[in-house]
Design a protein. Structure first.
Length: 333
């Protein structure tokens, strides 16, 4: 029965994501009928529609799917690792590490290197921050509570370091970097899509394959050790997957906040706490959330283009407050 419900929800959400991709591709400063979008996707559109859809909108929309899914899966993994429903990559410093590395690269390379290096730089920054957190939290093993508390401190430090980099770097780059830090898909191209796609898909499938270990870790370290699970090695491996997904997504779209917090909670309400079901549902929900946020940013304030991160933060901040109040009141989030 549960497998049927999971299969049904995956099918419904997949259809919803596909429909959202088509609608988001159709809507913009120039509206293109959905039927013409479908024809263009099959290579039957006119030249003007092909230019708008295939060159401008479709790469941005597909990148939103990949980034949203990656951040959502990373958040689900992190919540399982630290056994805390309030954990997410942006709240424990992982996104901050990826952001500050990218900003340092942009401000101090002064255009000497291609922006194609940004995803790798962001992943490196995320891994360095996570490694500092892991080592600092180690006391004969890593305590989830220490990991979260140190991560919050690191997030604050990364924010300060980012501000320092912007103040000391070239002024014209600071303006560009500020928009990117908020989380934006503006200027997305097929290069961004093809660069992120193997990272996102590969690590998503690996996360789902290894999700059974998260189910064991949720039982507590002592019980996990008792049934033969190498707790610290498993935690390090799953943390690496969360960091890799976060770093790759941040490198492409900047600091999109709260997707990694909201999507796992929504998915948990739909299919329950088992991570083999939770991670793929969270990824689909994360893709939908970012698609809607980016559509709002593109269309609500024309001719302006508002970063999608503004809208995810506008929804995510009250959601985070709700979780805090619910947790204090003894309600499971």
């Amino acid at each position: 029965m549960r497998n049927l419900k999971f299969t049904t929800m995956v099918s419904l959400l997949t259809v919803a994501v596909f429909a959202a991709v088509v609608v988001c591709t159709a809507i913009g400063s120039t509206y293109i009928p959905v039927g013409r979008v479908a024809l263009t996707l099959f290579g039957l559109g006119d030249d003007q529609s092909s230019l708008i859809i295939l060159k401008l909108r479709l790469p941005r929309v597909l990148l939103a799917v990949l980034v949203g899914a990656s951040l959502a899966a990373a958040g689900a993994i992190l919540q399982g690792l630290v056994r805390n429903p309030l954990a997410s990559p942006d709240l424990v410093g992982i996104s901050g590490g990826a952001t500050v590395a990218s900003i340092l690269f942009l401000t101090f390379s002064a255009g000497r290197f291609s922006i194609q290096w940004i995803p790798l730089v962001a992943i490196a920054g995320a891994f360095i921050t996570a490694a500092i957190n892991y080592v600092a939290a180690w006391r004969k093993g890593v305590s989830p509570l220490r990991f979260v508390l140190i991560g919050i401190s690191l997030a604050t430090a990364m924010s300060a370091l980012t501000t320092f980099a912007l103040k000391t770097g070239p002024a014209y780059l600071a303006v560009q970097a500020l928009g990117w830090m908020t989380g934006t898909l503006y200027g997305s191209s097929w290069m961004h899509v093809w660069t992120l796609m193997p990272w996102a898909i590969g690590m998503l499938f690996l996360s789902i394959f290894l999700s059974r270990y998260l189910n064991v870790l949720e039982l507590g370290d002592e019980l996990a050790v008792g049934i033969g699970t190498p707790v610290q090695r498993t935690r390090l491996l799953m943390l690496a997957l969360s960091v890799g997904l976060t770093g790759a997504a941040v490198g492409m779209a900047g600091g999109v906040g709260f997707i990694g917090l909201m999507a796992p909670h929504i998915a948990r309400r739909i299919v329950g706490p088992k991570y083999g079901r939770l991670i793929p549902i969270a990824a689909l929900v994360g893709a939908l959330l970012l698609l809607v946020a980016d559509l709002a940013g593109r269309t609500l304030f024309l001719p302006g283009d508002i970063p999608a991160g503004v809208f995810t933060a506008a929804i995510g901040a009250p959601f985070f407050l709700y979780l805090l109040l619910a947790k204090r009141g003894g309600i499971r989030g």
